[in-house]
Design a protein around this ligand. Sequence first.
Ligand code: ZN
Ligand code: ZN
Length: 115
Amino acid sequence: MAGHRGYLSIVDPDKPLFERSTITCGHCQKVVFVKPGTASTVYLIPIRPKDEHDLVVIGQFIEEPGAFCRVCMRAICLTCCDTGTCRTWEQMIEAMEQKPTPPPVLVDPSGRPLR
Ligand SMILES: [Zn+2]
Ligand SMILES: [Zn+2]
């Protein structure tokens, strides 16, 4: 990152406000648009086009009530809210890093398993 100091502090005043109003899901790290001024209680979900000709909905959003995990006290995306369990990003990383350790195999001097 050396030599790039200051790059991230550039603020584009022409950017629409809603583009800067995002939260990061506390579980899967997905970025969710939030309605400005609602303290992240209303999410803006992009409308998915039905097919490639359905251009009307591009750039449009549906307002959905936001989701908040009371276990880890973080705002979460609606997908994670649907799963109904608390699984934070840190826990997922931990689970990925922890390779299952095989149980020790006890062998007798001739190499045969004892159990
Ligand atoms: Zn999520
Ligand atoms: Zn949680």
